[in-house]
Ligand binder design. Sequence first.
Ligand code: NG6
Ligand code: CA
Length: 506
Amino acid sequence: MNQKLLSLLALLPLAGRAQQTKPNVILLVADDLGYGDLSCYGATRVETPAVDSLAASGIRFTNMHACASTSTPSRYGLLTGQYPFRKSGTDVAAGNAGMIIHPDRTTVADLMKRGGYTTAAIGKWHLGLGSKTAQQDWNGTLDQTPLNLGFDYHYIMAATADRVPCVFIENGQVANHDASAPIEVSYRANFPGEPTGRTHPELLTKLKPSHGHDMSIVNGISRIGYMKGGGKALWRDEDIADSIMAHAIRFINDNSDTPFFMYLCTNDVHVPRMPHERFRGKSVMGLRGEAILQFDQCVSRLRQALRERGLEENTIIIVTSDNGPVLDDGYADQAIELAEDHRPGSGFRGGKYSAFEAGSMVPFIVSWPAEIHKGKVSDALCSLIDVPATLAALADVEPQEGEAPDSENHLATWLGKNSKPRKQAISLSASHVLSLRTQRYKYISPSEGEAVISWGPKIETGNNPAPQLYDLSQSDYEGRNIADKKPKTVKRLQRRLEKVRTKTTL
Ligand code: NG6
Ligand code: CA
């Protein structure tokens, strides 16, 4: 712990935390929120005053990359510090996938716990639960959960809001479990007699699918996968954000005397977008815009809760997203029609799923009122793979051999002490293409496969049988492939990527 901080804390009024020196850490991860979706990153068709004010009181990064352009692999990398391409089974997970992170693997939560933190995972999970796929007992206690990964507490959605089971899991059990409506889940076949979006479109009272998402119906919305039962435990989509925040705030209040680490993941702005009724009609961009407003309100509620406990000064809030944005991701919510000139991926090419920049470039804001002052902007190349090593450094913990093997400590950059970039940032696209960013260039490995997604959103995949090299210092970003003009740079970046790819890690 640095001296300046220690002396600063000694001077603080005793706001119920006489013993505490280490800062609380809240890692707030949005879902599919684009770099261009926040007003502090240039959005004009939506206002995000709470996030903007956080950025104004801390550091806003303009070159942070997720480990992948979809959720499961991105979150795998962020929590374990091991690149998702090293581990099979990290593609977008079904709601009945077994736990993808092996209990023996060290996570950021394990490292924080070692540093004396109380830890929680709240909100979207999407990394599997239980020791075996499709064999979970949703009416009993799950045998593998975040409790096995260093989290002291969890209140999570198994996968996403568009995948069954549509219930929250609290410490290994379905929250508000309704014994009169036992839960069954299958990703193979429907349960006899249960309506689906395909067979009973008249029951889709809230949202209709635009592609896929035509299986079990919960709350007037059809999903991916089949489920039966649930009763009182089933969520109402309009209340998901409030349920997540209620549990996050309870965790803060219960742990205000010890340092805590909270991995807090919103469902916003993932599909199905059905924010609370109080947001209805509040955005010119319709439901997707309202979901952004709801996300913004989560940030203001969080700060309010910290303020009430006297914890605001010494709590680090990190705001980011798991992958780039998408407009129509499978529900007819008018996201495309109402976006008009809003560019959720800012000026970057591609989007969610893509190997192009908008797939992995995510917002990243770090605020720590006690240590970081006022509205800096950093263009240092950063990667979310560094979450474990960087937060461990903050917690005064040294990862051991084999722990978080791809993660580096970039605390000084993240706290704005300097602008030292990562040497390179590696990301994985939905079609398994690896790309490597340097501060200036982006190299995308050659790959076969369609150039534009054919099964859903019309997003450029980044696939190209030839190597691609882009100079991001140019105003058209990925406008021109200069691989032919700069064969030496291509070779150098290819070699660097290969070296990382073939590295053996524990
Ligand atoms: C896709 C879904 C999409 C979304 C995505 C995962 C279809 C047609 N599309 O397969 O709606 O759920 O998976 O998103 O099923 S993520 O952000 O959790 O990775
Ligand atoms: Ca996502």
